[in-house]
Design a protein around this ligand. Structure first.
Ligand SMILES: [Zn+2]
Length: 474
């Protein structure tokens, strides 16, 4: 059974969804004013792993991710670009979707945009007003923290700390109408610099605050109470704390049963920032010649609660990992033996499947899951010479089964095979390998070497195994 780290009690808790067959997940999505950076990508890879694993475990998962397409940054960006808010944000939304696809991150089931849910946010704010949790000041609407005693429980902040934090992080010169410095904005009254970005609503002319967006959309698509809410650790306070306050104040029900936060990304041991010149988007990484799927492995293999220290030299290690999987799949695919043997491959698979599940059940202990898979590959490699086609098929099926969770093995192997097939055809390599076998049998090593050189020119190499010659990419 899956156990999830609980940030409030700081221990692992068994995961029990509200509906035993279904799981609702909400993950905070991108603000579409720029291409997403490594820190964001880490959060999406983490949710992808969680979601894939829950599906693998048999749950019917509904995953919702919001798109923030109106806020200070998008308004500023579109003004600088001289574009409408829609044209400006759609460009970065398209870029975001491309990034997800390149990294083999499954699309969320619902991706609601803030601008399509103004009515839901307005009515949520009205409810908060009716219950005395919200008040108007200078055309804006604020949440009254003093009325919500459990405020900040998620981060375990004492009231005094909270005030200091709030002063530091929520400092906004325009929010001078607040009753209390800790109060946060639900609805931002119209200001001239907003230009044509505003909605005329029952609570006034303006636009929604960022926090209310997630509460409104999460509850619309997952219900007033749902199972798991994810996001980067930097969103824990004030964003998630505020989401809880707004939602629970409005419904009187528990908003989220499990909170999961992925840790930060740093670069070469330092904070990632544009001013330090170590700020990466997926595009930056690809321009340096790196494969988005290798970045996926890199992000995946660090436990979500550990800080991930990114460095470009890390691609070398990840390439080795990718190669191990691909070479293993290739060997399995090249098994031709049909003779019976005593090896109990099914028992081996069952044992390692159990190990991988135990690892992932332990708060997604991905390192242990990878370690089990490497052990399995080592174990099976020992029997590779005698393995028969039926056993090989089962091993391959198991690898692809686990890849439903990992999301890179099948894709990397398909790519490898595509390239290999192309070169084999171009070189007529099958015929060459056949001639090579004859030459070797006849002791004609000059001929055999000549063929090897021709294959090498096509980027191919032959590996002689007990299962016969395997043609590989050089
Ligand atoms: Zn959010």
């Amino acid at each position: 059974m899956l156990k999830i780290y609980d940030p409030i009690t700081k221990v692992l808790r068994e995961f029990e969804p509200i509906d035993p067959e279904k799981v609702g997940i909400y993950g905070c999505g991108p603000t579409v004013y720029n291409y997403v950076h490594l820190g964001n990508l880490r959060a999406y890879v983490f949710v992808d792993l969680l979601k894939r694993y829950l599906k693998y475990s048999g749950y019917d998962v509904r995953h919702v991710m919001n798109i923030t397409d109106v806020d200070d940054k998008t308004i500023k960006g579109r003004r600088e670009a001289g574009e409408s808010l829609k044209v400006f944000t759609e460009r970065y939304l398209a870029g975001f979707l491309e990034d997800l696809e390149k990294m083999n991150i499954e699309l969320p089931d619902v991706m609601p945009k803030a601008t399509d849910h103004i009515e839901e946010m307005v009515s949520l704010i009205e409810t908060l007003e009716e219950k005395g949790y919200a008040y108007r000041a200078d055309g804006s609407v604020y949440f009254r923290i003093a009325k919500f005693p459990d405020y900040g429980e998620l981060v375990g902040l004492e009231k005094q700390q909270l005030k200091e934090n709030a002063d530091g992080r929520l400092n906004d010169a325009d929010e001078y109408g607040k009753e209390d410095a800790k109060d946060f904005v639900l609805w931002k009254g119209y200001r001239e610099e907003d230009g044509d970005v505003y909605w005329e609503t029952r609570i006034g002319k303006g636009r929604p605050g960022w926090h209310i967006e997630c509460s409104a959309m999460a509850m619309k698509y997952l219900g007033e109470s749902f199972d798991i809410h994810c996001g980067g650790i930097d969103l824990m306070f004030p964003h998630h704390v505020n989401e809880i306050a707004q939602s629970e104040a409005a419904t009187g029900k528990k908003f989220v049963n499990y909170w999961m936060h992925n840790a930060h990304v740093i670069v070469d041991g330092q904070k990632m920032s544009k001013s330090l010149g170590n700020f990466y988007t997926l595009r930056d990484i690809m321009e340096k010649g790196h494969d988005p799927l290798l970045l996926r492995i890199m992000l995946l293999k660090t436990h979500y609660r550990n800080v991930f220290d990114f460095g470009l030299d890390g691609f070398e290690e990840v390439r080795t990992i990718a190669d191990r999987f691909v070479q293993f799949m290739l060997s399995i695919d090249n098994v031709t033996n049909i003779e019976y043997n005593e090896v109990d491959i099914d028992a081996l698979i069952a044992e390692y499947r159990g190990n991988v599940i135990d690892a992932l059940d332990d708060d997604l202990n991905i390192s242990a899951a990878f370690a089990s898979l490497f052990d399995l590959m080592n174990e099976i490699n020992k029997y590779m010479d005698v393995l028969n086609t039926e056993q090989a098929k089962n091993v391959k099926m198991f690898m692809l089964e686990i890849d439903e969770v990992l999301g890179f093995v099948g894709e990397l192997f398909d790519r490898y095979r595509f390239e290999l097939t192309k070169r084999i055809e171009a070189a007529d390599a099958d015929a060459l390998v056949h001639q090579r076998a004859i030459a070797r049998k006849e002791g004609d090593y000059a001929k055999s070497d000549e063929i090897r050189d021709v294959l090498a020119k096509h980027g191919l190499v032959v590996d002689d195994t007990k299962q016969g010659p395997i043609i590989k990419l050089k």
